[in-house]
Design a protein around this ligand. Structure first.
Ligand code: CA
Length: 241
């Protein structure tokens, strides 16, 4: 586990609890600014996890269903833009507010092209950050985003689960990302290597053979017919196109 700077995991984190606190990932390498923001957000009732570099940020954002992310763009190890692009490439639709350097309009443009939902230029007042964050979360909750439907299954991003025949089925982080990718590419032949690229973090389990294990988990949970093996090619979710 590479995650070194994180907070709040001493609490039991129940991804399915309906009355859980709004959970934010704060990504900022300036430790003084970061701890100030963490305290300010905490006082306003947010549960805050913290990452101080791009690698930890990408990992945490891929692993946990945050309600929103505050993402500084200038980060060690991996830039904020790269982190954001990775999330979006994997179908992670978490609302993201980027922090840009003052007057760097290119950063703002690049940030929006990479999939940012809002931005704030440094330096900023924490009141403005909280107002924008609140608006972003309300906007997201007001829209039926994050729900993917295919082949009679409905994926619930917020609860990291899937509904099949009216039954809610819980999924692990990797299972969820794998199923989401399958559902967004229903009917297409997807190789193990391709799936591994899109489903794993750049961490430990990059071995594409492990995909087979997760495909079998999904078959056990959803029925063996949901994913077909194409010998030497990969897998197809749902009816082939
Ligand atoms: Ca920075």
């Amino acid at each position: 586990m590479r995650v070194s700077t994180r907070l709040g995991y001493s609490r039991a984190y129940d991804k399915l609890a309906p009355d859980r606190a709004v959970k934010i990932l704060l990504v900022e390498d300036d430790s003084i600014l970061c701890s100030r923001l963490r305290d300010d957000l905490g006082r306003r009732g947010y549960a805050v996890d913290v990452a101080g570099n791009g690698v930890d940020a990408e990992h945490l954002g891929s692993e946990w269903p945050y309600d929103a992310v505050i993402l500084d763009l200038g980060l060690p190890q991996r830039s904020g833009l790269d982190v954001l692009r990775q999330w979006r490439a994997r179908g992670n639709a978490v609302p993201v507010l980027i922090l840009t350097a003052r007057s760097a309009w290119q950063e703002k443009v690049e940030g929006f092209s990479a999939g940012a939902d809002d931005y704030l230029a440094k330096p900023f007042h924490v009141e403005e950050l909280c107002a924008r964050l609140g608006a972003l979360i309300r906007r997201t909750h007001a829209q039926p985003t994050g729900v993917v439907t295919a082949e009679g299954l409905t994926l619930d991003e917020a609860r990291q689960s899937v509904v099949s025949g009216g039954v809610l089925i819980g999924l692990s982080g990797v299972e969820f990302r794998l199923l989401r990718y399958f559902m967004l590419h229903a009917g297409q032949v997807l190789s193990k290597g391709h799936l591994a690229e899109h489903v794993y973090d750049n961490d430990s389990n990059r071995d594409s053979n492990v995909i087979e294990v997760y495909v079998n988990h999904l078959r056990k949970k959803l029925g063996s017919g949901c994913i077909t093996t194409r010998r030497g090619q990969g897998y197809v979710f749902g009816a082939p196109r």
